[in-house]
Design a protein around this ligand. Sequence first.
Ligand SMILES: Nc1ncnc2c1ncn2[C@@H]1O[C@H](COP(=O)(O)OP(=O)(O)OP(=O)(O)O)[C@@H](O)[C@H]1O
Length: 248
Amino acid sequence: MPHSSAIAPAIEIRGLHHRYGAREVLRGIDLQVAPGQIYALLGGNGAGKSTTLNALLGFLAPASGTVRVCGIDPAAAPAEARARLAYVPESVALYDHLSARENIDYFLALAGAERGRSSVIDPALEAVGLPGHAWDKRVGGFSKGMRQKVAIALALARHVPVLLLDEPTSGLDPKATLEFNALLATARARDVAILMVTHDLLSAVDIADRIGFLAEGRIEEERTAGPTGERFDLNALHARYANPGVAA
Ligand SMILES: Nc1ncnc2c1ncn2[C@@H]1O[C@H](COP(=O)(O)OP(=O)(O)OP(=O)(O)O)[C@@H](O)[C@H]1O
């Protein structure tokens, strides 16, 4: 699995502090994701997961610390940082009256990216496994899983090196979750660095290369998958996740 620590991280957060008013919600986050690596960030409600994503998206001016997306500071140069990433929120925003192909074409045009149908759009839809009969259907009738496929196809078509996902599997049934994880594997094989905020331990265990536990504004612990074949211990992780501050 291509996640050598020798590769420069595409996502790099060091010593990140952030406060809302008097309340310090991030208290020294350290987190790196290399190209071709999937990092699952777990944490209870209010732990600071969305705030961390917002820092990468350039929506925050951190009190202190370093945030870099492919070497770019998103607070100082948000447009440059966002040109290198795709953000997939829990509920994917698409134009419901447009088809899958038309949505991708439209967003590629907005991004100023190359947008040939046969050279760019169709290969991306093929890569994410959206059935051909759905390509020209209006996405208004698509399931959550199908909308995610369109969003990831757009990310692949844009060739972004970084993918940020906010609770992507919430509300997906187990089959759709497996399909979603297969999408992530496709992006990982293209050397995309993937940061996934999630409460879904099963999905994280299935697909992540590294799992970080965020509590009280800090990464309390990270666990890394072993070489091929060795995966995470689900029971130990569940005990860890349910009891922040207590080693499993
Ligand atoms: N704009 C804001 N102003 C003030 N406080 C905020 C703001 N945004 C978030 N917070 C607070 O900061 C803390 C961290 O919030 P954040 O949304 O990052 O947590 P989270 O880990 O994503 O939680 P959840 O799993 O519930 O989405 C919470 O206590 C939240 O109430």
